[in-house]
Design a protein around this ligand. Sequence first.
Ligand code: SAM
Length: 198
Amino acid sequence: MSGNRKDKRDHYYWEAKKKGYRSRAAFKLLQMNRTFKLIKSGDLVLDLGSSPGGWSQIAVEIGATVVAVDINPMPPIEGVKFIQGDITSPETLERIREISEAYDAVISDASPKITGKWTIDHLRSIDLARASFNIAKEVLKPGGSFLVKIFQGEEIGKLFNEFKPYFRFKKFHSPKASRKRSSEVYFIGKGFRRAHSQ
Ligand SMILES: C[S@@+](CC[C@H](N)C(=O)[O-])C[C@H]1O[C@@H](n2cnc3c(N)ncnc32)[C@H](O)[C@@H]1O
């Protein structure tokens, strides 16, 4: 994480504390779900790069059941099954599939450790976004939703072209709760289809 402690104590930091959310990122999912209706009550949601658990908390609040995955531990949340594993490893996909073969939504806020070197951070983020998509392709139900964070940079157009044939609706979005100077954007894909047709 970059920035000093003082920088982190913005509006969303205090709001998260007040509402008992584990991350300010929780508000990004709340805002995006209000606009794009990615998760609904009764859904089975796969949350990739889930720790400390803010997005999982929001998905549970919406009424979803959650399978959460992170390379780091995550304290338990009721309604959430947690897998500690690396999303780039095939073994993690196997463990996800052991719980269920089909998910209504795959959401990924996975981020590399920030080096401060724009190109390195961008390329590592692209790798994580692609790993998230490779999992989504295997487990998303037809018609399902996909949400993934990407740090902007020159590879983003190429990634969008890889993703876009798989979704009826697709776009990049920057939620209000993202920090102003952040380079992050979210790819939103709805209406998943396995066919490679445009
Ligand atoms: C910004 S945090 C996610 C915050 C979360 N959405 C929340 O609201 O609490 C990014 C997470 O991605 C995880 N991550 C990074 N690389 C990963 C990998 N290869 N496999 C699984 N998780 C990874 C990190 O451990 C970190 O917890």
